[in-house]
Design a protein around this ligand. Structure first.
Ligand code: NAP
Length: 416
């Protein structure tokens, strides 16, 4: 069955593509127009992840790249090209999108909502009525921080932690309306936070924890010299704070973390969070495999939604230890915003889309996936060592910082 994939150069999309190549002779990659050579990026990913040489060698023959833009009518294609593409497809995987947790709603809507609308238009135009596999997120559950989120639920009653979540919710609503209107099946796949233990590489896309780590390190730089390593220790190429936009870009080189962590005293900050909180983090490779296996099931005819999540949540304390080790800070989780925030705390307030997750304790129910795939839906544990490896620091895994007996035991002027 001829299959197309959007977002094939992304963190998840590359793994989906690898799985799809295992199941299909060829794949049409609907690449982001003007965003670099997709075939080269895919080839580098396969090389760096140890794919068999014959697979790498066959890529140019097995992948057809069509340049598209989610933000333009007909995905930026001419009418004949759009219809020719649509008529040739038996399945469409939509994984492209913006995962910017701090992005503004209009921009996120353009990419995630309008983009989904255009992919659905492509599916509607196809003579063979291609099945749509829509990659959503478990976080369409929004700002409900406790309890259980079920696969059948889709509502905005609790609001959203950030514009990203809202845009993904709106995209799913669109999928439901389209399915009803056209009487067509759609498979909605909702992964939780995706992680890897593959160390970062300039030729690989960033993943969410890498972006968070860069934000934290950036905040330390912006907070001023007392939080930054001394000027005379900075490498020559490093100019004033934020002078190099690449250092802040998700695909940029990032700060010199090792020196940042080892040459400066460790500031202590307070973040709002639940000490007994938990988050669901899933290995990206496992998630892609589960998604492609789910797609092999006969769809019901309507919208089939699956939570592609880990069977064990990760304690928020583990995530905090990871962030402390990476950013060279000590973090105390507190119940509410501090009355007199320190310089670092005030800066972190600019990233509410990210820090909100430290306050989560909810569980994602994945009964439907388990019922279909059984024990194979269970994956290896995600622990501090695994997460640390995926961020590639040179130092060994950090020992967790013991929390103070009570955050109030630390005088507020001790926070940086
Ligand atoms: N990462 C996670 O933890 C996570 C968790 C849950 C759900 N998801 C969902 O999984 C999907 C994939 O996420 P990801 O982690 O792979 O994201 P990613 O690494 O940021 O990749 C995004 C992909 O979308 C493409 N893209 C962006 N804007 C585009 C546009 N205007 N037109 C065409 N293509 C465009 C990108 O192409 P370029 O790279 O060439 O720009 C890239 O291939 C998203 O729908 C996301 O909401 C991700």
């Amino acid at each position: 069955m001829p299959v197309a994939l959007t977002g094939a150069t992304g963190f998840l999309g590359l793994r989906l593509l690898r799985q799809l190549l295992g199941a299909h002779r060829s794949v049409t990659v609907l690449a982001h127009a003007g965003s670099g050579d997709a075939l080269h990026r895919i080839t580098r990913f396969l090389e760096l992840t140890g794919a068999p040489e014959p697979l790498v060698a066959e890529l140019p023959a097995r992948i057809r790249v069509v340049e598209t833009d989610l933000e333009r009518p007909r995905l930026g294609l001419s009418a004949p090209a759009f219809h020719e593409l649509a008529d040739g497809l038996g399945a469409i995987w939509h994984s492209a999108g913006s995962i910017n947790l701090e992005g503004d709603l209009p921009q996120l809507r353009r990419t995630n909502v309008d983009g989904t609308r255009r992919v659905l238009e492509l599916a509607a135009a196809g003579r063979r009525k291609p099945v749509v596999h829509h990659v959503s997120t478990a976080f369409v559950a929004g700002a409900r921080r406790d309890g259980v989120a079920y696969e059948d639920e889709l509502d905005d009653a609790s609001g959203f932690e950030n514009a990203y979540e809202r845009s993904k919710y709106e995209a799913e609503k669109l999928v439901h309306a389209w399915s009803r209107e056209h009487g067509r099946p759609v498979v909605v796949l909702r992964p939780s936070i995706l992680v890897t233990d593959l160390p970062p590489h300039p030729d690989l896309p960033s993943h969410p924890l890498q972006v968070i780590e860069r934000i934290l390190s950036d905040v330390r730089r912006t907070a001023g010299p007392e939080h930054e390593r001394p000027q005379h220790e900075r490498p020559q190429h490093e100019g004033p704070q934020h002078a190099d936009p690449a250092a802040r870009h998700p695909h940029g080189p990032g700060p010199d973390r090792r020196r940042l962590r080892t040459t400066v005293p460790r500031p202590r900050i307070r973040l709002v969070g639940q000490p007994d909180g938990r988050l669901n983090l899933t290995q990206v490779e496992h998630a892609a495999e589960v998604m492609v296996r789910l797609a092999g099931r006969t769809p019901s005819g309507g919208v089939d939604t699956y939570h592609v999540v880990h069977d064990r949540d990760v304690p928020v304390r583990t995530v905090v230890s990871l962030l402390e080790g990476l950013a060279g800070m000590s973090i105390d989780l507190v119940a509410g915003k501090p009355d007199a925030p320190s310089a670092l705390e005030a800066l972190l307030d600019f990233y509410p889309g990210m820090t909100a997750y430290l306050g989560h304790r909810r569980r994602f129910d994945d009964t439907r996936v388990r019922t279909l795939l059984g024990p194979s839906a269970v994956s290896a544990p995600v622990d501090l060592g695994y997460l640390w490896s995926g961020l590639g620091p040179e130092e060994p895994v950090p020992a967790p910082t013991p929390p103070p007996a009570s955050p109030t035991a630390v005088p507020s002027d001790r926070y940086a």
